[in-house]
Design a protein around this ligand. Sequence first.
Ligand SMILES: O=P(O)(O)OC[C@H]1O[C@H](OP(=O)(O)OP(=O)(O)O)[C@H](O)[C@@H]1O
Ligand SMILES: Nc1nc2[nH]cnc2c(=O)[nH]1
Ligand SMILES: [Mg+2]
Length: 178
Amino acid sequence: MKHTVEVMIPAAEIKARIEALGRQITEHYRGRGNEMVLVGLLRGSFMFMADLCREVHVPHEVDFMTASSYGSGMSSTRDVKILKDLDEDIRGKDILIVEDIIDSGNTLSKVREILSLREPKSLAICTLLDKPSRREVNVNVEYVGFSIPDEFVVGYGIDYAQNYRHLPYIGKVTLLDE
Ligand SMILES: O=P(O)(O)OC[C@H]1O[C@H](OP(=O)(O)OP(=O)(O)O)[C@H](O)[C@@H]1O
Ligand SMILES: Nc1nc2[nH]cnc2c(=O)[nH]1
Ligand SMILES: [Mg+2]
């Protein structure tokens, strides 16, 4: 499909917001004396994780899992599958799930449910982007970078048919009539 990509959130704004999120997270988890793990959902969260973890000034581990619901198109199949699990056990640890975007909520509600069954000490979610108007299932999200309107976005880790993940900004995709 022919389309255009326009800047929606410039790189500098993302950087400033991540610094603020990092301060908030650091303040909350500092001095708890518990092991902390940032859990990134691949592939979308890789760039956000790289920048966020450097702003979290509390000792922590980084682990990743893959839970895929979107194929190559623009809509969720609602069928969330765990394709790659975490490498480490999370029991008794403070877990912060790091995600690029929450849209229908299907991915995060499923991941939150799966990880909570493993009895972490605490479980919270930090998403860079939130599209609240698209929610199909309710999910508690403790940290949100930007609340955005119902636009299809790419960049900063987020793809359209596996393209555009490398863009340093969040872009808005507009489909063109051919
Ligand atoms: O709230 P939802 O409607 O479930 O949508 C959000 C999820 O969809 C995208 O992932 P995707 O499954 O496309 O895989 P990716 O992270 O590899 O891009 C995005 O990265 C979120 O993980
Ligand atoms: N690329 C992309 N993937 C998504 N997955 C859920 N919402 C979105 C979106 O706006 N853009
Ligand atoms: Mg994803």
